[in-house]
Ligand binder design. Structure first.
Ligand code: NAP
Length: 449
């Protein structure tokens, strides 16, 4: 297996996050490879780490001052063995090929776990929507879609949102696709409700990661009732994680953005959460403004030079990292363990560095890796595609029930696969193994393509 990792590093030396994602999967699937020599003969690993297609394009647009701006657009079509490519679009200045390849690679396994027929993809741009006017965002999205439209379609590749891509961006992208193709189809998910979106889609990733935590706790006959929870981020995933935690009687006490974090000892109740949603979604403000209304809360500015993130250094029971990759380093992970946190459910993709994951597993935490715990979002995207194909809309209860059933099924699948391959209770191995087996069996059935 180390030869595959070495090959990936030699081919694309700069793609650190992609190497990390491949390494995590390779470590888990060794026993599967040993039991199934036909996988090696089919060179399945070499095929799995190579995207089926990478699309890279120029995105020129004109800002409000009349200046021409140029960004880079990407779509990674990673694997279509079990369905059309499916995965979000990220607009953030940090976006590059390596980050999107890591996200697309993770997405392949995640989508396989959902029980729905979806392959894996990811895309985006180094465009930063922060501080841009609505018209600038619209012009950018239109230019982005003017190239992307020829590569996607409801049976080919169905993008969704991710960091920096919410309802506003999906609307502009969809409008341009419709104009160029002259067809109204389910080519994007995360659409608004009155033009093809699904109820519960905005909530799905956050709700799903809390459902996953509840399932993990149930294995120890516990619930989330009364649990103190650390949440990071303040975007889509973080907001609905906090909402579901409140529904289940837990007490979220933190949230953050890239500038700093809030610790609110009193607990973030419904009124406070409504204030955060208003601040972030309507006013597009920063989390530090929270203390203007709730002065007893404490705001701490991020310090890029600091060796740890103080958000993870509070007494608590559960942690829900919901911002971005590698936001929990080894020191943060040790702080979590020392502070009594024993449940980690990853709303974000790959938020914990490998040394941190090792610490969680050594200390027998209930650790739900992103590709399992945050699969609720893509699951409801899959349900949105189903509703679009049927040309009908399910009720809130119907979608939420299906989401809960899917999260239960993912949880069970992870536990069973972990047990079957000799690491009971290790959700990371379970998620990697179950996702891997489903995808590679489909690849073998379909021949060398
Ligand atoms: P979002 O609505 O754009 O919110 C992202 C949040 O994370 C913001 O608070 C942002 O702060 C913070 N953040 C982003 N980059 C950061 C960085 N480098 N350092 C510190 N904070 C940072 O995005 P989202 O949809 O909630 O996504 C959050 C995570 O969940 C990502 O890892 C994403 O891949 C994952 N995820 C999302 C979905 C989904 O359905 N949306 C599904 C599965 C997984 P600023 O405002 O300061 O940037």
């Amino acid at each position: 297996m180390s030869d595959i990792l070495q090959m990936v590093k030699d081919k694309d030396p700069g793609q650190r996050e992609f190497h990390q994602a491949v390494m995590e999967v390779m470590a888990s699937i060794k026993p599967v490879m040993d039991r199934n020599p036909e996988y090696r003969a089919a060179r399945i690993l070499e095929r799995l780490v190579e995207p089926e297609r990478v699309i890279l394009f120029r995105v020129p647009w004109v800002d409000d001052q009349g200046q021409v701006q140029v960004n880079r657009g990407f779509r990674i079509e990673m694997n279509s063995a079990i369905g059309p490519y499916k995965g979000g679009l990220r607009f953030h200045p940090s976006v590059n090929l390596g980050i999107l390849k890591f996200l697309a690679f993770e997405q392949v396994f995640k989508n396989a776990l959902t029980t729905l027929p979806m392959g894996g993809g990811k895309g985006g741009s180094d465009f930063d929507p922060k501080g841009k006017s609505d018209l600038e965002v619209m012009r950018f999205c239109q230019s982005f879609m003017a190239e992307l439209f020829r590569h996607i379609g409801p049976d080919t590749d169905v993008p969704a949102g991710d960091i920096g891509v919410g309802a506003r961006e999906i609307g502009y992208l969809f409008g341009m696709y419709k104009r160029l193709r002259n067809e109204f189809t389910g080519v994007l998910t995360g659409k608004s409700l009155n033009w093809g979106g699904s109820l519960i889609r905005p909530e799905a990733t956050g709700y799903g990661s809390v459902y996953f935590a509840a399932e993990m706790l149930a294995t120890r006959d516990e619930t989330l009732e009364g649990k103190t929870c650390l949440v990071s981020g303040s975007g889509n995933v973080a907001q609905y994680t906090m909402e579901k935690l409140l529904d289940l009687g837990a007490r979220p006490v933190t949230f953050s953005d890239s500038s700093g974090y809030i610790f609110d000892e009193a607990g973030i109740d419904r009124e406070r959460l409504a204030h955060i949603m208003n601040l972030k979604n309507l006013r597009r403000g920063r989390v530090k403004e929270y203390v203007e209304k709730y002065p007893a809360a404490v705001y701490t500015e991020s310090d890029p030079g600091q060796e740890f993130n103080p958000l993870w250094n509070h007494k608590a029971d559960c942690a829900f990292p919901s911002a971005t990759q590698n936001e929990i380093n080894a020191v943060d992970a040790q702080h979590l363990v020392d502070n009594g946190v024993y449940v980690v459910s990853e709303g974000a993709n790959m938020p914990t560095v490998p040394e941190g994951i090792d610490l969680f597993i050594e200390n027998r935490l209930l650790y739900g890796p992103g590709k399992a715990a945050n699969a609720g979002g893509v699951s409801v995207s899959g349900l949105e595609m189903t509703q679009n194909s049927m040309r009908l809309s399910w009720t809130r209860e119907e979608v939420d029930n299906r989401l809960q059933m899917i999260m239960k099924s993912i949880h069970r699948t992870c536990l069973d696969a972990a047990e079957q391959y000799g690491t009971p209770g290790n959700y990371m191995n379970g998620a990697n193994i179950a996702g891997f087996v489903k995808v590679v069996d489909a690849m073998i059935d379909q021949g060398v393509v």
